[in-house]
Design a protein around this ligand. Sequence first.
Ligand code: NOJ
Ligand code: CA
Length: 558
Amino acid sequence: MNTDATPQQQSAGPTTAWWTEAVIYQIYPRSFADANGDGIGDLPGITARLDHFVELGVDAVWLSPFYPSPQADAGYDVADYHDVDPLFGRLGDADRLIAEAHARGLRVIVDLVPNHTSSAHRWFTAALAAAPGSPERARYVFRDGLGPDGGQPPNDWTSVFGGPAWTRVTEPDGRPGQWYLHLFDPGQPDLNWDNPEVRAEFLDVLRFWLDRGVDGFRVDVAHGLIKQADLANWQEPQEILSGSEVDKPRPPMWDQDGVHEVYRDWRRLLDSYDGQRILVAEAWVEPAERLARYVRPDEMHQAFNFEYLTASWTAPAQYAVITRSLEATDAVGAPTTWVLSNHDVVRHASRLGLPVGTPRPNGIGVGDPQPDAALGLRRARAATLLMLALPGSAYLYQGEELGLPEHMTLPDEVRQDPTWERSGHTERGRDGCRVPIPWEADAPSYGFGPTDASWLPQPPSWAEYALDRQRDVPGSTYELYRTALRLRREHGLGRGSLYWLASGDEVVSFRNGDVTVLTNFGATPVPVPAEAELLHASAPLPDDGTVGQDVTVWYRAA
Ligand code: NOJ
Ligand code: CA
């Protein structure tokens, strides 16, 4: 083990506001729990299962969108920001969920989708009915097409889901007309954030949910609201959900400096409320210094750390990303965040079973290279223990506490992610991480709901992952998470500081408070000091007490 590295102190920030160290659990409502048995998870289903979060030991939940929506992108196409889709319940169900969560000491974060509305939003309907140049169209990004008959899109931008980022409309008089911009699905027209009316409307949306008691907002595509004014051609294909990258010019649609003014306005509003309400940026922005601009003191509170999520499973890569992440957020006085899975990426129990260095796949299906399931789970457990020992705030995605893999044999006919169609069947997309989760091994739909119905089929192999097969079972992934979360709280790891002890080719090790963390990526077993008190391990250690490959341990040095 290389222990030459000079111990380095890095801190999660001086404050201990709840969110600086919180573990926040992402609920994907349509796949969490289905109360009425129609095969789609709903708000009453979540409320009935709130004790799960207490038992698990998280601080807060974030819910993906539940607003009225045609569901062109699973609810990230919002038709009305002030209501609940009947699929998920009613507004009163949201109020009950918030109240019941608060009664259990849990905070509630909702999703805010400001980059685009649904094409079914009243504003977009009005824009289609109005003339080019009208105030109704000025809420969106409408432009005349190029070419003699305006038949070519206004620029060469492509949609994140594949295909052109522009769709031509039919004018009220029946003639082919202008084009509108949609960085995602055609059912998600981009708003024009240079328009004061748009800004005023979203302040109103924020107030609406703040008044209902939510503790914060996860801000969808936070790096996309402002586009370079000239909508200059970009030429590059749009990588799925990638933002700007190191050493490359910044794309004209992402991470424009103007976005920060929007978040400063929102922060002022949140600060006028009691409690500590937060804003979390979903911004696929690199490098970490650019991302840190979103969490400057007068802007958002947190930003998802996707550089961490995408880092390779090697000691040097993990050391580098942790160091860089802490440095970048320390520089602006914000806590760092950590995340391994969400509803947009292949679950980490499967992703980490692919050969190291495999580029992050956008879904895995029949015929694609399949991960090594056992290796994936072993690494996922090690990665989770490494993550939960880091100072800062951590995000968990529903089902990862069960060690749930990606569903990799979903029939292509049942896929619902627009990516599959729009990419011309070249990218399978995100359905495999969105399958309803198993609660009870022997119940219909594994206890997801009272019937067999499930909007995406659950694989037969999932009985073994069900919560009731893991609860109180020593060594289960669920108990691994519970113990880790309890120890994290008891030892104050979220608000601690990190001192590197080793950063070699095969091992990373650091101290956080009185806990020493060691992950072995290499084939050579690594001894734990003889007098150390072992606190937690991602896999059973052999009799000689050494730490094997792809294992993380937490111990207290004597
Ligand atoms: C990011 C969300 O997480 C993703 O699910 C969605 O498709 C896009 N933003 C567009 O809203
Ligand atoms: Ca339902």
